[in-house]
Structures are given as C-alpha cells and as structure tokens.
Design a protein around this ligand. Structure first.
Ligand code: ADP
Ligand code: X2W
Length: 261
C-alpha cells in the first residue's frame, strides 16, 4: 500500500504530545496517507520497575531484560501506554486499534544477545497482513513493541527497531522518530541533514550515544529499502518553520554537504 507513514512516538515525549499532534495524524489520514504509530514507553517502564523494586540497566540504548523486567515492560507497553495512545487518537477524531508485536504474529524476533541482554529481541520478520487490513478499514494501527519467537516466547523489542522493521517491510514512504530532542545534536546544535556514512563516525566518536543509537541504527537499516530519508524531530515543541516545513534532522542515503541550523 502506498503513502504509508510510520511514526515512532518515543516514551520520552509521549505523555507531552499535544492534542494537535494527534489531530495532525488523523488529518494526515483524512488527506489520503496511511499513518501507523509505533510507541515506546521507557520512562513509564522505569517508574513501574522502581515501584516494584526491580533493577534494570541499559546497554547502548537497550534495556537488559530479565523475566520480571519483561513482565513489567509488557504490562506497561501493551496494557497502559498502548491504550493511552489509542484513546488520544479517538479523542482527536480518528479510529485506532492497538496491538502488540504478538498480535497476528506481527513482529517475529530472535534474541539480540541472550547472555548479555536476556529477553531482548530484534525483529526477523514482520507479518504485515493485519496492518494492511486495518488500514483498508481506515483504522490507525498503534503498535506496542513486544515480539514473539516461533516457540511463543515473548521478547522486549526496542520501539525504534520495531518501527524501522515495520517501515521497511511495508515499503513505507516515510519513517519519523518523535522524541524529546530537536534531532541529532552535535556540539549543542541540531544537524539538519546527516548522511548514513556520517552516522557510523558519530557513534564511534560518542556524538551519538544511549537512546539515539537504536534510532540511527533503525534508520540505517530502513534506508537500505524503499525509504529515501528518515526524520528525527521533537514532540515537545511545534518545530514548524515559516514555510510550514517540519524541523528536525533528516537522515539521508547519499553523502551530501552537512548543513547546521
Ligand atoms: N547526538 C545526540 N543528539 C541528540 N540526542 C542524543 C544524542 N546522543 C544521544 N542522545 C540522547 O538520546 C535521547 C533520545 O533517546 P531516548 O531517550 O531513547 O528517547 P525516546 O524515548 O524518544 O526513544 C536524547 O534525550 C538524548 O539524551
Ligand atoms: C529492549 C528495549 O530497550 N526495550 C524498550 C522498549 C520501550 C522503548 O523502546 O521505549 P522508548 O521509545 O522510550 O525508548 C524498553 O524496555 O525501554
């Protein structure tokens, strides 16, 4: 299906997304695009883990996931955050359906590194039939990043990599990461355009670290497919330029001159 736009809403910003944001997603759909929301929920998972006195830590932006951490992440992502996003879209006048990567076997996974990270999965296959059927019915799919392997074991999937895999498999037109920073920052300034070649060196020299790593890795893997560019933008501010263009960092395939805004 053409005109698919995958929007990843980061847990860092999800609670602050405005009514206007959700209305713009609904309007996008009314104008003929097919939006899909993939959401995170890292801070909300942290809060419940803290209440339950369960420790967790991150390695390069991925949460080490024991059985207890997986149960908590699944409760928060599929039970709480997913339904909040679905509700916000309904309030904005849209029709949305929430699902996790287990529903319709949407996201099949394999462990990233069981010894080091436990139940953290990376997508190996995305079964898009359910998403396509929902979009045919004018529903906006809202995906929580919990995946499943062939044996039915559930895994915690970073929401950026889930969004990247879904966008790639669907041959989406656009992939947008909505987060809590204006884009990729270097020396305090937001980079307007970054090429795939430059990403590797920014990870190596520490310019890109932590939660930005899964985003740029998902962008790199997606840009090998249909998508021509991936955008990272701030969900906490409007960030719309005078000409109506959205501001943020665009990650592009080819190496071009870097502009600093
Ligand atoms: N070069 C960079 N530019 C901007 N943010 C970066 C950079 N490197 C690391 N980060 C971190 O990435 C964070 C966004 O990732 P994350 O916290 O996982 O958000 P989300 O929940 O939206 O996925 C930023 O708040 C920032 O701390
Ligand atoms: C394996 C892994 O890191 N899973 C993430 C899933 C949620 C997520 O990705 O949320 P953000 O969008 O807020 O980063 C986690 O447990 O936090």
């Amino acid at each position: 299906m053409k005109d698919i736009v995958v929007i990843k809403c980061g847990g860092s910003t999800i609670a602050e997304l405005s009514e206007e944001f959700f209305k713009s997603v609904v309007t996008m759909q009314k104008n003929g695009k097919h939006p899909i929301i993939v959401h995170g929920g890292g801070p909300a998972i942290n809060q419940l883990l803290q209440k339950l006195d369960i420790k967790s830590e991150f390695v390069d932006g991925l949460r080490k996931t024991t059985e207890d951490v997986l149960d908590t992440a699944e409760m928060v992502l599929c039970g709480k955050v997913n339904k909040q996003v679905v509700t916000s879209l309904h309030q904005a006048g849209g029709q949305a359906v929430g699902l996790s990567g287990c529903d319709g076997k949407l996201i099949e996974v394999k462990p990233v590194n069981e010894g080091m990270l436990g139940y953290v999965g990376e997508p190996t296959k995305v079964n898009t039939n359910l998403l396509l059927s929902l979009m045919e019915l004018n529903m906006i799919p809202v995906v929580a990043p919990i995946g499943m392997n062939n044996e039915g074991t559930h895994y915690n999937v970073n929401a950026d990599s889930a969004a990247g895999a879904i966008a790639k498999e669907l041959g989406a037109e656009q992939l947008v990461f909505v987060t809590d920073v204006d884009g990729i920052l270097k020396d305090g300034k937001c980079l307007e355009k970054v090429s795939t070649e430059e990403i590797e060196s920014y990870i190596a020299d520490g310019t890109i670290y932590g939660g930005m790593i899964p985003k740029v890795k998902a962008a790199l893997s997606t840009l090998t497919g249909n998508i021509q560019s991936v955008m990272i933008m701030n969900g906490k501010s409007t960030n719309v330029g005078k000409d109506g263009s959205v501001q943020g960092t665009t990650i592009i395939k080819s190496k071009i001159k870097l502009y600093v805004s």
